[in-house]
Design a protein around this ligand. Sequence first.
Ligand code: ADP
Ligand code: F6P
Length: 353
Amino acid sequence: MPNIAVLTSGGDSPGMNAAVMSVARAANLMGMNLIGIKRGFNGLIGKSKSLEEDIVHLSLDQVLDIADLPGTYLRTARCLEFKEAAYQQKGAKLLRDLDVQGLVVIGGDGSFQGAQALARNGIPTIGIPGTIDNDLGYTELSLGFDTAVNVCVDAVRAIRATSRSHDRAAVIEVMGRNCGDIALNTALSTGSEILIVPEMKDWSVDDIANRLNALVDRGNKRASIIVAEGAYKTMTPFDVYGFMKDYPSSSHPVFPGSPMDAYFLSRVVEHKVQKTEVRSTVIGYTQRGSQPSARDAAFAFEAGVVAVNLLKHGESNRVIGVHNGKVFHMDIESALQIKPSFNRRMFNMVNAL
Ligand code: ADP
Ligand code: F6P
Protein backbone atom coordinates (compact mmCIF):
# COMPACT_ATOMS: atom_id res chain seq x y z
CA MET A 1 0.00 0.00 0.00
CA PRO A 2 1.35 3.51 -0.76
CA ASN A 3 2.27 5.74 2.18
CA ILE A 4 1.22 9.33 2.67
CA ALA A 5 2.02 11.56 5.64
CA VAL A 6 0.44 14.45 7.51
CA LEU A 7 1.81 17.11 9.85
CA THR A 8 0.52 20.16 11.71
CA SER A 9 2.73 23.25 12.00
CA GLY A 10 2.77 26.80 13.40
CA GLY A 11 0.26 27.83 16.09
CA ASP A 12 -2.30 25.09 16.74
CA SER A 13 -5.84 25.80 15.61
CA PRO A 14 -9.19 24.17 16.35
CA GLY A 15 -10.04 21.80 13.50
CA MET A 16 -6.52 20.44 12.97
CA ASN A 17 -7.47 17.09 14.54
CA ALA A 18 -10.68 16.95 12.50
CA ALA A 19 -8.60 17.43 9.34
CA VAL A 20 -6.19 14.66 10.38
CA MET A 21 -9.16 12.36 11.00
CA SER A 22 -10.55 13.14 7.58
CA VAL A 23 -7.17 12.59 5.88
CA ALA A 24 -6.95 9.23 7.67
CA ARG A 25 -10.41 8.13 6.61
CA ALA A 26 -9.88 9.20 3.00
CA ALA A 27 -6.46 7.50 2.92
CA ASN A 28 -7.96 4.34 4.35
CA LEU A 29 -10.74 4.31 1.77
CA MET A 30 -8.25 4.88 -1.05
CA GLY A 31 -5.97 2.07 0.16
CA MET A 32 -3.13 4.20 1.55
CA ASN A 33 -1.18 4.03 4.83
CA LEU A 34 -1.02 7.23 6.83
CA ILE A 35 2.08 8.34 8.76
CA GLY A 36 1.83 11.22 11.23
CA ILE A 37 4.87 13.49 11.57
CA LYS A 38 5.20 14.88 15.10
CA ARG A 39 5.86 18.54 16.04
CA GLY A 40 5.65 20.09 12.59
CA PHE A 41 8.82 20.22 10.52
CA ASN A 42 10.83 19.38 13.66
CA GLY A 43 9.72 15.79 13.12
CA LEU A 44 11.48 15.70 9.76
CA ILE A 45 14.94 16.91 10.66
CA GLY A 46 16.21 14.34 13.13
CA LYS A 47 16.21 16.48 16.28
CA SER A 48 14.84 13.65 18.48
CA LYS A 49 16.73 10.73 19.99
CA SER A 50 14.94 8.21 17.81
CA LEU A 51 12.66 8.08 14.79
CA GLU A 52 9.89 6.68 17.01
CA GLU A 53 9.60 10.10 18.64
CA ASP A 54 9.09 11.77 15.28
CA ILE A 55 6.68 9.53 13.43
CA VAL A 56 3.52 7.66 14.32
CA HIS A 57 1.51 5.25 12.18
CA LEU A 58 -2.03 6.60 12.32
CA SER A 59 -4.59 3.85 12.36
CA LEU A 60 -8.19 4.63 11.57
CA ASP A 61 -9.20 3.57 15.07
CA GLN A 62 -6.73 6.01 16.64
CA VAL A 63 -7.81 9.05 14.67
CA LEU A 64 -11.52 8.44 15.09
CA ASP A 65 -11.00 9.28 18.77
CA ILE A 66 -9.41 12.66 18.14
CA ALA A 67 -11.64 14.25 15.50
CA ASP A 68 -13.48 16.73 17.70
CA LEU A 69 -10.70 17.39 20.20
CA PRO A 70 -9.10 20.81 20.38
CA GLY A 71 -5.33 21.23 20.02
CA THR A 72 -3.35 18.97 17.72
CA TYR A 73 -2.76 15.32 18.52
CA LEU A 74 0.35 15.33 16.29
CA ARG A 75 1.70 18.29 18.28
CA THR A 76 3.02 21.35 16.51
CA ALA A 77 6.11 23.54 16.57
CA ARG A 78 7.82 26.47 15.07
CA CYS A 79 10.97 25.01 13.50
CA LEU A 80 13.26 27.83 12.45
CA GLU A 81 15.88 25.50 10.93
CA PHE A 82 13.40 24.48 8.27
CA LYS A 83 13.88 27.82 6.52
CA GLU A 84 17.35 26.57 5.54
CA ALA A 85 17.83 24.55 2.36
CA ALA A 86 19.99 21.91 4.07
CA TYR A 87 17.21 21.02 6.55
CA GLN A 88 14.58 21.03 3.80
CA GLN A 89 16.70 18.50 1.88
CA LYS A 90 17.10 16.45 5.05
CA GLY A 91 13.33 16.47 5.58
CA ALA A 92 12.66 15.39 2.01
CA LYS A 93 15.23 12.59 2.36
CA LEU A 94 13.55 11.26 5.50
CA LEU A 95 10.19 11.21 3.73
CA ARG A 96 11.76 9.37 0.78
CA ASP A 97 13.39 6.87 3.16
CA LEU A 98 9.96 6.26 4.69
CA ASP A 99 8.64 5.75 1.16
CA VAL A 100 6.19 8.61 1.61
CA GLN A 101 4.59 9.54 -1.68
CA GLY A 102 2.75 12.64 -0.58
CA LEU A 103 2.47 14.95 2.42
CA VAL A 104 -0.43 17.01 3.78
CA VAL A 105 0.74 20.13 5.67
CA ILE A 106 -1.82 21.78 7.96
CA GLY A 107 -0.75 25.29 8.99
CA GLY A 108 -0.49 28.91 7.92
CA ASP A 109 1.59 30.78 5.36
CA GLY A 110 4.92 29.91 7.02
CA SER A 111 4.02 26.23 7.01
CA PHE A 112 3.00 26.49 3.36
CA GLN A 113 6.48 27.81 2.54
CA GLY A 114 7.87 24.71 4.24
CA ALA A 115 5.51 22.61 2.09
CA GLN A 116 6.73 24.41 -1.02
CA ALA A 117 10.33 23.68 -0.08
CA LEU A 118 9.56 19.96 0.25
CA ALA A 119 7.80 20.02 -3.12
CA ARG A 120 10.94 21.60 -4.62
CA ASN A 121 12.83 18.65 -3.18
CA GLY A 122 10.58 16.13 -4.88
CA ILE A 123 7.90 15.44 -2.24
CA PRO A 124 4.34 16.03 -3.47
CA THR A 125 2.66 18.33 -0.93
CA ILE A 126 -0.84 19.68 -0.33
CA GLY A 127 -1.64 22.44 2.20
CA ILE A 128 -4.71 22.80 4.39
CA PRO A 129 -5.02 26.28 5.96
CA GLY A 130 -4.88 26.04 9.75
CA THR A 131 -4.56 29.30 11.65
CA ILE A 132 -6.99 31.19 13.85
CA ASP A 133 -5.67 34.48 12.44
CA ASN A 134 -7.38 34.12 9.02
CA ASP A 135 -4.43 35.96 7.50
CA LEU A 136 -4.22 33.95 4.27
CA GLY A 137 -5.46 36.16 1.45
CA TYR A 138 -6.44 33.38 -0.95
CA THR A 139 -9.08 31.82 1.29
CA GLU A 140 -12.16 33.14 3.08
CA LEU A 141 -11.66 30.69 5.92
CA SER A 142 -8.79 28.93 7.67
CA LEU A 143 -9.28 26.21 10.26
CA GLY A 144 -9.80 27.65 13.72
CA PHE A 145 -10.86 31.16 12.73
CA ASP A 146 -14.58 30.55 13.12
CA THR A 147 -13.98 28.83 16.48
CA ALA A 148 -11.78 31.69 17.70
CA VAL A 149 -14.45 34.23 16.77
CA ASN A 150 -17.11 32.19 18.58
CA VAL A 151 -14.93 31.99 21.71
CA CYS A 152 -14.46 35.77 21.59
CA VAL A 153 -18.15 36.39 21.02
CA ASP A 154 -19.09 34.29 24.08
CA ALA A 155 -16.48 36.12 26.16
CA VAL A 156 -17.47 39.60 24.96
CA ARG A 157 -21.16 38.90 25.58
CA ALA A 158 -20.31 37.95 29.16
CA ILE A 159 -18.13 41.03 29.59
CA ARG A 160 -20.86 43.25 28.14
CA ALA A 161 -23.29 41.79 30.68
CA THR A 162 -21.15 42.80 33.63
CA SER A 163 -20.28 46.14 31.98
CA ARG A 164 -24.01 46.78 31.68
CA SER A 165 -24.56 45.90 35.36
CA HIS A 166 -21.92 48.43 36.41
CA ASP A 167 -22.45 50.94 33.63
CA ARG A 168 -18.77 50.98 32.76
CA ALA A 169 -16.68 50.42 29.65
CA ALA A 170 -14.35 47.54 28.72
CA VAL A 171 -11.17 47.07 26.73
CA ILE A 172 -11.06 43.52 25.34
CA GLU A 173 -7.96 42.22 23.54
CA VAL A 174 -8.22 39.38 21.02
CA MET A 175 -5.57 37.50 19.00
CA GLY A 176 -4.87 37.63 15.27
CA ARG A 177 -1.22 38.65 14.95
CA ASN A 178 -1.17 41.27 12.14
CA CYS A 179 -4.72 40.55 11.04
CA GLY A 180 -7.83 42.27 12.42
CA ASP A 181 -10.35 39.65 11.25
CA ILE A 182 -11.00 38.05 14.66
CA ALA A 183 -11.48 41.50 16.18
CA LEU A 184 -13.74 42.73 13.37
CA ASN A 185 -15.99 39.68 13.42
CA THR A 186 -16.17 39.74 17.21
CA ALA A 187 -17.12 43.41 17.22
CA LEU A 188 -19.77 42.92 14.55
CA SER A 189 -21.30 39.91 16.30
CA THR A 190 -21.50 41.58 19.71
CA GLY A 191 -22.46 45.12 18.75
CA SER A 192 -19.21 46.43 20.22
CA GLU A 193 -18.78 50.15 19.77
CA ILE A 194 -15.04 50.70 19.27
CA LEU A 195 -12.68 48.57 17.19
CA ILE A 196 -8.90 48.86 16.87
CA VAL A 197 -7.04 46.70 14.36
CA PRO A 198 -3.52 46.57 12.90
CA GLU A 199 -4.90 47.48 9.48
CA MET A 200 -5.54 50.98 10.94
CA LYS A 201 -2.32 52.94 10.66
CA ASP A 202 -1.28 55.66 13.11
CA TRP A 203 -4.28 55.50 15.41
CA SER A 204 -3.80 57.23 18.72
CA VAL A 205 -4.99 56.70 22.26
CA ASP A 206 -6.67 60.11 21.99
CA ASP A 207 -8.80 58.83 19.07
CA ILE A 208 -10.11 56.07 21.35
CA ALA A 209 -10.68 58.45 24.25
CA ASN A 210 -12.51 60.94 22.01
CA ARG A 211 -14.71 58.23 20.60
CA LEU A 212 -15.57 56.91 24.07
CA ASN A 213 -16.21 60.45 25.26
CA ALA A 214 -18.67 61.00 22.41
CA LEU A 215 -20.42 57.71 23.21
CA VAL A 216 -20.72 58.64 26.89
CA ASP A 217 -22.16 62.02 25.92
CA ARG A 218 -24.78 60.17 23.86
CA GLY A 219 -25.73 58.11 26.91
CA ASN A 220 -23.52 55.01 26.48
CA LYS A 221 -21.10 54.60 29.40
CA ARG A 222 -20.64 50.89 28.78
CA ALA A 223 -19.00 50.65 25.38
CA SER A 224 -16.77 47.70 24.51
CA ILE A 225 -13.41 48.53 22.94
CA ILE A 226 -12.21 45.51 20.94
CA VAL A 227 -8.46 45.60 20.32
CA ALA A 228 -6.66 43.19 17.99
CA GLU A 229 -3.31 42.32 19.62
CA GLY A 230 -1.31 43.47 16.57
CA ALA A 231 -2.79 46.97 16.72
CA TYR A 232 -0.38 48.21 19.38
CA LYS A 233 2.33 48.09 16.71
CA THR A 234 0.48 50.52 14.44
CA MET A 235 -0.32 53.03 17.18
CA THR A 236 1.32 56.47 17.13
CA PRO A 237 3.87 56.54 19.97
CA PHE A 238 2.30 57.30 23.32
CA ASP A 239 4.01 59.66 25.74
CA VAL A 240 4.04 57.38 28.81
CA TYR A 241 6.06 59.75 30.99
CA GLY A 242 3.91 62.75 30.08
CA PHE A 243 0.87 60.70 31.04
CA MET A 244 2.43 59.55 34.31
CA LYS A 245 2.99 63.15 35.47
CA ASP A 246 -0.65 63.78 36.22
CA TYR A 247 -1.86 60.20 36.74
CA PRO A 248 -3.16 59.96 40.31
CA SER A 249 -2.05 57.16 42.59
CA SER A 250 -5.09 54.92 42.73
CA SER A 251 -6.17 51.32 43.20
CA HIS A 252 -5.25 50.69 39.54
CA PRO A 253 -1.55 51.48 39.26
CA VAL A 254 0.29 51.98 35.99
CA PHE A 255 3.94 51.15 35.54
CA PRO A 256 6.12 53.65 33.69
CA GLY A 257 7.97 52.12 30.78
CA SER A 258 5.49 49.29 30.30
CA PRO A 259 4.53 48.75 26.64
CA MET A 260 0.95 49.52 25.64
CA ASP A 261 -1.40 46.65 26.42
CA ALA A 262 -5.08 46.15 27.24
CA TYR A 263 -4.65 47.02 30.90
CA PHE A 264 -2.60 50.14 30.26
CA LEU A 265 -4.97 51.25 27.51
CA SER A 266 -7.90 50.95 29.91
CA ARG A 267 -6.05 53.08 32.48
CA VAL A 268 -5.17 55.78 29.95
CA VAL A 269 -8.62 55.93 28.36
CA GLU A 270 -10.37 56.00 31.76
CA HIS A 271 -8.12 58.83 32.89
CA LYS A 272 -8.61 60.83 29.70
CA VAL A 273 -12.39 60.38 29.59
CA GLN A 274 -13.07 60.65 33.36
CA LYS A 275 -16.82 60.07 32.92
CA THR A 276 -16.85 56.25 33.04
CA GLU A 277 -14.75 53.47 34.54
CA VAL A 278 -12.85 51.24 32.10
CA ARG A 279 -11.84 47.63 32.87
CA SER A 280 -9.76 45.27 30.70
CA THR A 281 -9.69 41.60 29.66
CA VAL A 282 -7.28 39.66 27.44
CA ILE A 283 -9.11 36.66 25.98
CA GLY A 284 -5.86 34.84 25.13
CA TYR A 285 -5.27 31.17 24.41
CA THR A 286 -8.87 30.04 24.95
CA GLN A 287 -9.23 31.19 21.33
CA ARG A 288 -6.78 28.51 20.19
CA GLY A 289 -7.54 25.71 22.62
CA SER A 290 -11.28 25.39 22.19
CA GLN A 291 -13.28 22.64 20.55
CA PRO A 292 -13.77 23.33 16.82
CA SER A 293 -17.01 25.00 15.78
CA ALA A 294 -19.32 23.14 13.40
CA ARG A 295 -18.11 25.35 10.54
CA ASP A 296 -14.41 24.67 11.19
CA ALA A 297 -15.02 20.94 11.67
CA ALA A 298 -17.02 20.72 8.45
CA PHE A 299 -14.33 22.56 6.47
CA ALA A 300 -11.68 20.29 8.03
CA PHE A 301 -13.63 17.23 6.94
CA GLU A 302 -13.96 18.36 3.34
CA ALA A 303 -10.40 19.69 3.11
CA GLY A 304 -8.94 16.38 4.33
CA VAL A 305 -10.78 14.41 1.65
CA VAL A 306 -9.82 16.89 -1.09
CA ALA A 307 -6.15 16.77 0.00
CA VAL A 308 -5.92 12.98 -0.21
CA ASN A 309 -7.75 12.97 -3.54
CA LEU A 310 -5.27 15.49 -4.95
CA LEU A 311 -2.30 13.37 -3.83
CA LYS A 312 -3.94 10.28 -5.27
CA HIS A 313 -4.19 12.03 -8.63
CA GLY A 314 -0.52 13.00 -8.60
CA GLU A 315 -1.06 16.69 -7.74
CA SER A 316 1.46 18.67 -5.69
CA ASN A 317 2.17 22.20 -4.49
CA ARG A 318 -1.49 23.05 -4.03
CA VAL A 319 -3.44 24.54 -1.13
CA ILE A 320 -7.07 24.11 -0.23
CA GLY A 321 -9.31 27.05 0.64
CA VAL A 322 -12.83 28.42 0.59
CA HIS A 323 -14.09 30.86 -2.04
CA ASN A 324 -17.69 32.08 -2.19
CA GLY A 325 -18.46 29.49 0.48
CA LYS A 326 -17.13 26.59 -1.62
CA VAL A 327 -14.02 24.50 -1.03
CA PHE A 328 -11.48 24.85 -3.86
CA HIS A 329 -7.73 24.45 -4.43
CA MET A 330 -5.01 26.43 -6.18
CA ASP A 331 -1.23 26.39 -6.50
CA ILE A 332 0.72 27.43 -3.39
CA GLU A 333 2.82 30.06 -5.08
CA SER A 334 -0.13 32.06 -6.44
CA ALA A 335 -2.00 31.58 -3.15
CA LEU A 336 0.84 33.05 -1.09
CA GLN A 337 0.99 36.11 -3.33
CA ILE A 338 -2.59 37.12 -2.51
CA LYS A 339 -2.57 39.60 0.35
CA PRO A 340 -5.36 39.39 2.93
CA SER A 341 -8.04 42.01 2.29
CA PHE A 342 -9.54 43.60 5.36
CA ASN A 343 -13.22 44.58 5.25
CA ARG A 344 -12.90 48.34 5.80
CA ARG A 345 -16.56 49.00 5.13
CA MET A 346 -17.61 46.87 8.10
CA PHE A 347 -14.77 48.25 10.19
CA ASN A 348 -15.98 51.81 9.53
CA MET A 349 -19.52 50.80 10.34
CA VAL A 350 -18.53 49.48 13.80
CA ASN A 351 -16.71 52.70 14.65
CA ALA A 352 -19.35 55.02 13.16
CA LEU A 353 -22.55 54.08 14.99
P1 ADP B 1 2.20 29.65 10.28
O1 ADP B 1 2.36 28.39 9.52
O2 ADP B 1 1.00 29.66 11.18
O3 ADP B 1 2.31 30.89 9.43
P2 ADP B 1 4.86 30.20 11.21
O4 ADP B 1 5.02 31.44 10.40
O5 ADP B 1 5.36 30.19 12.62
O6 ADP B 1 3.37 29.74 11.35
O7 ADP B 1 5.55 29.02 10.39
C1 ADP B 1 5.49 27.69 10.85
C2 ADP B 1 6.71 26.95 10.46
O8 ADP B 1 6.81 26.87 9.04
C3 ADP B 1 8.03 27.60 10.86
O9 ADP B 1 8.36 27.36 12.20
C4 ADP B 1 8.99 26.87 9.94
O10 ADP B 1 9.21 25.55 10.39
C5 ADP B 1 8.17 26.80 8.66
N1 ADP B 1 8.50 27.92 7.79
C6 ADP B 1 8.18 29.22 7.95
N2 ADP B 1 8.70 29.98 6.97
C7 ADP B 1 9.38 29.14 6.16
C8 ADP B 1 10.16 29.31 4.96
N3 ADP B 1 10.35 30.51 4.41
N4 ADP B 1 10.71 28.21 4.41
C9 ADP B 1 10.53 26.99 4.95
N5 ADP B 1 9.82 26.77 6.08
C10 ADP B 1 9.24 27.82 6.67
O1 F6P C 1 -0.87 32.55 14.84
C1 F6P C 1 -1.74 32.18 15.86
C2 F6P C 1 -1.44 32.95 17.11
O2 F6P C 1 -2.31 32.51 18.13
C3 F6P C 1 -1.51 34.47 16.99
O3 F6P C 1 -2.84 34.94 17.01
C4 F6P C 1 -0.68 34.88 18.17
O4 F6P C 1 -0.12 36.15 17.97
C5 F6P C 1 0.39 33.84 18.20
O5 F6P C 1 -0.12 32.70 17.54
C6 F6P C 1 0.84 33.45 19.57
O6 F6P C 1 1.86 32.53 19.44
P1 F6P C 1 2.52 31.71 20.63
O7 F6P C 1 1.81 30.39 20.70
O8 F6P C 1 3.92 31.55 20.19
O9 F6P C 1 2.36 32.51 21.87
